[in-house]
Design a protein around this ligand. Structure first.
Ligand code: SF4
Length: 316
């Protein structure tokens, strides 16, 4: 397995770079994901020359847009330096498979950062100044923030996107019509689970790939829609629906008893009695057992979205 390349807010890796000289080490990143990823850390506030310790900054809504100012003197304005720094790291981030940002930070926060009125009343939420530029410039990049990586569904969703995006970057399927078609074929059941209409519309997008010149642009559109679809956390019914599709492959292959046991575990998952990993493990088991006859199924990302050792797919 090729390790993922992931950008991370420095304080989440334990660096003491916060305004108060502390850190916000995120154990799942440093103890679990680190086995499958190489991290590159970024602290935009330190990078633009703010010291440690320093006054915290806050976001203020002004007539000319959102500003990041020193929360004590309300004068020092760090907006432009943070934006310029973000622009400067965009080329480096094109070599990354994802980004984990520190929640709530006026610089790094992905969303829901407190936004104050000019009378200093917290009225709305916004993205941090640095994070806003990164998200705008790299709309395909899987990005999550630390606070959300405690929810098993969101963790699974993020990890899945990391590995799909890594495969896209490594394989460069937009180089040929066959590449795009093969890549899409492998995402079939994963996409169906997350967003069936997008699965259909992406199939239409790839229906005419005769003009080689247009492939990179088609690839960009494909990637944008694919990553947006995978961001949606699938509902239980969507997962059940796809598992039933997969079970359909074994109609002639398995005994009635075997099929009944798979059906039973899907029903138990539907009734919240067992986690997703139970029926999916059974389906994987039989897919591997009869892999030679089901090459299309064998290659599905849905069945192998990330290393099993990560221990995901446990949400009841
Ligand atoms: S949230 Fe961002 S700017 Fe603040 S300390 Fe962490 S890495 Fe630095």
């Amino acid at each position: 397995m090729t390790k993922l390349n992931i950008a991370v807010s420095s304080c989440l890796l334990g660096s003491e770079v916060r305004f108060n000289g502390g850190h916000k080490r995120h154990r799942w990143l440093t103890d679990v994901l680190s086995q499958y990823a190489d991290f590159t850390s970024f602290c935009p506030e330190v990078a633009i020359g703010m010291g440690i310790p320093r006054n915290p900054i806050r976001l203020i809504q002004t007539d000319v847009g959102i500003k990041a100012v020193d929360s004590v003197n309300l004068v020092d304005d760090y907006t432009a330096p943070l934006q310029d720094y973000a622009e400067s790291v965009v080329p480096q981030l094109k070599d990354m498979d994802g980004y984990v940002l520190m929640q709530g930070s006026p610089s790094c926060g992905m969303e829901r950062v407190k936004l104050y009125s000019e009378k200093m009343i917290p009225e709305k939420n916004a993205s941090g100044i640095y994070a806003e530029v990164i998200q705008r410039e790299l709309p395909f990049l899987p990005i999550e923030e630390s606070g959300r990586l405690t929810d098993p569904n969101l963790v699974e969703n993020f990890v899945q996107r990391l590995f799909v995006y890594q495969a896209w970057r490594r394989e460069q399927p937009w180089q040929s019509a066959k590449g795009l078609i093969d890549f899409h074929a492998r995402q079939k059941y994963l996409l169906m689970m997350h967003d069936y209409p997008t699965y259909k519309s992406l199939g239409q997008l790839l229906s005419d790939l005769s003009d080689k010149e247009k492939l990179p642009a088609i690839g960009d559109t494909y990637l944008q829609q694919l990553m947006a679809a995978l961001k949606k956390v699938p509902k239980r019914g969507q997962r059940v629906n796809v598992m039933q599709h997969v079970l359909g492959y074994f109609k002639q292959k398995l005994s009635e008893k075997e099929k009944a046991s798979i059906r039973r575990s899907i029903e138990q998952y539907q009734a919240r009695q067992v986690p997703f990993i139970v029926p999916i493990s059974l389906l994987k088991h039989y897919t591997h057992l009869h892999g030679d006859e089901f090459p299309y199924l064998m290659q599905q990302t849905f069945l192998n979205p990330y290393p099993e050792e990560l221990g995901l797919r446990n949400p009841i």
